[in-house]
Write a protein that binds this ligand. Structure first.
Ligand SMILES: CC(C)(COP(=O)(O)OP(=O)(O)OC[C@H]1O[C@@H](n2cnc3c(N)ncnc32)[C@H](O)[C@@H]1OP(=O)(O)O)[C@@H](O)C(=O)NCCC(=O)NCCS
Length: 166
């Protein structure tokens, strides 16, 4: 089945759909952190919150980017595609679109993304130019959220970075 979808910047009224999509996945697999209305509003204001919508407008995918205050590294976060829509290139499209949005605003920036022990999302990150990074080289502030083992190799987590000169 070919799924038709569109990628667009999140609107205010998309917030409940985004929160449900991400928090349902958080509960189901623990692959992503729980999010709140405050998170979505912050990402939307920075312009780095995008959604994939099916025909009819249902939110079936989401990706945001968070700018860390000290290092200014930009973290791709909360990438989720609704289970029944996976494998259709939706996350790949969201990731490419986010890189385009970031590159328009920042000429030089370091992008970072975490994948968990299930490893989902790695193929897409590698295909768009991210490479695996050693977590010891990351700014400390990136570990101030989430479980204390966030990103640590011994728990199977991996970190990917993209040193962008757009
Ligand atoms: C990770 C996740 C967002 C991927 O969404 P998706 O829309 O199925 O991803 P795509 O269809 O773009 O890509 C699926 C795989 O096929 C490959 N692929 C790339 N381009 C593709 C395309 N045009 N068509 C189909 N497959 C493609 C990729 O290698 C990818 O592997 P990956 O999961 O290692 O990245 C989804 O599995 C999910 O929501 N998982 C739970 C949350 C999660 O783990 N998020 C990752 C952050 S830790």
């Amino acid at each position: 089945m070919t799924v038709k979808f569109s990628i667009e910047r999140s609107k205010k009224e998309d917030a409940p759909g985004i929160i449900k999509l991400v928090n349902d996945e958080s509960k189901r697999s623990g692959a992503v952190l729980r999010i709140s209305e405050h998170d979505v509003s912050k990402w939307r204001k920075s312009g780095f919150s995008i959604v994939a919508k099916a025909q009819g407008g249902q939110i079936i995918g989401h990706l945001s980017a968070y700018i860390w205050p000290e290092s200014k590294w930009i973290e791709f976060r909360s990438s989720v595609v609704k289970p029944q829509y996976r494998g259709n290139g939706i996350n790949s499209s969201l990731t490419k679109k986010m890189m385009e949005l970031v590159s328009k605003k920042y000429k030089n920036s370091t992008l970072v993304a975490f994948t968990n022990k299930a490893g989902a999302g790695q193929g897409t990150l590698l295909s768009v130019g991210f490479t695996e990074a050693d977590y010891n080289t990351l700014p400390e502030e990136l570990f101030s959220i989430g479980p204390k083992y966030r990103g640590k190799k011994e728990f199977g987590y991996k970190i990917f970075t993209y040193f962008g000169k757009f």
